[in-house]
Ligand binder design. Structure first.
Ligand code: PMV
Length: 328
């Protein structure tokens, strides 16, 4: 058999309504539905080559060959693709993020989405968008949302095997000219990543209330998004982010991701909004703050963020497209 190779591309995404906690850890089936926006310009490009001469998978991230321990999650994902394709061949994986590594931007969403698209095609599978989303989800939950284009909703589903837990587009990237201004306040590697965090979520006595209220928040957010109502959107987004962080801080053991500049950015965004500038914050499993605004105000928001003490850098992203294959 000859070498079979393909290259995939996927943008990262930011959740407006967050995924935190699994109903099935192995399958990465979430406890609640989530809603996100793909981030144009913050992407991963991954080439997968199934090569019969290899005796193990070889994974390079940003040109650096990874140890077998740090390649395990990628190898496990390749195993899922090999099982679907009836393939036994090992693969060489070369993956590059175009955003600075260590900038505190989660790369698992774009990374596993790009890997899924590339590995599926290299293995000769013709997968639909839904099948790609289901497969990407098993590598990293949020990766399911980087497969469809634009503004995306991911359903938890009810089937124990996860066949109805996939993401789909609710609006195209050009539906609303939002901008995500990402204030980098730390590029340190986090001690507890999202996989560990999802497992702790159920230890918070607040998690059940968060899950029960999630459909209300998601409906509010989706309606505001579809109606392009920034004020309503801002309230739903900030409430949902803070609720997820309340779970994190009340888990056993607790997870504190915020640093002093995180709070300074949150405070600034709320004050700007109270003074008429469309801006709101949302924070993932780390200290950096995503300040969402309208494209027309993005450069103003970015320069105000840069002027805040503790903000090291600001990246700006518009709504992005879905994952795709790259013809070489
Ligand atoms: O896909 P994971 O396991 O990296 O989880 C992502 C979790 C959050 O980024 C905190 C929230 C979300 O919905 O993206």
């Amino acid at each position: 058999m000859q070498i079979r190779k393909a290259t995939g591309f996927a943008n990262s995404n930011i959740a407006f309504i967050k995924y935190w906690g699994n109903r099935d850890h192995a399958l990465r089936l979430p406890v609640n539905d989530s809603l996100s926006m793909n981030l144009d310009g913050l992407h991963t490009r991954t080439t997968v080559a199934f090569d019969p001469s290899l005796t193990a998978d070889v994974v390079a991230l940003g040109g650096q060959i990874q140890s077998p321990e740090s390649s395990k999650r990628v190898s496990d994902h390749l195993d899922r693709v090999r099982a679907l394709a009836g393939l036994k061949t090992f693969a060489r994986v070369e993956s590059e993020n175009n955003f600075p590594t260590g900038a505190g931007i989660a790369s698992s969403a774009s990374g596993f989405a790009a890997l899924t698209v590339a590995a599926g095609a290299a293995a000769g599978l013709a997968l639909s968008e839904r099948e790609l989303s289901i497969l990407a989800r098993q590598g990293s939950g949020s990766a399911s949302r980087s497969i469809p284009s634009g503004f995306v909703e991911w359903k938890t589903g009810s089937n124990p095997d996860g066949r109805d837990s996939f993401a789909f587009s609710v609006a195209a990237p050009d539906h609303w000219a939002l901008a995500d201004c990402i204030a980098i306040v730390s590029s340190a590697h986090k001690e507890v990543g999202s996989t560990g965090g999802h497992a702790l979520a159920r230890t918070s006595p607040l998690q059940q209330a968060r899950i029960e209220d999630a459909p209300r928040r998601l409906n509010l957010c989706r309606e505001a998004l579809l109606a392009r109502d920034f004020e309503k959107f801002a309230e739903a987004v900030e409430e949902d982010s803070t609720m997820m962080h309340a779970i994190m801080m009340t888990s056993r053991p607790p997870l504190y991701y915020w640093l002093p500049p995180t709070l300074a950015v949150m405070d600034a965004a709320r004050k700007w909004r109270a003074n008429g500038l469309p801006a709101c914050f949302t924070i993932d499993a780390g200290p950096n703050v995503h300040v969402l605004t309208l494209a027309a105000h993005a450069s103003d928001v970015a320069s105000r963020l840069r002027a805040l003490p503790g903000v090291q850098n600001v990246l700006v992203a518009a709504p992005g497209g879905g994952a795709s294959l790259i013809n070489e």
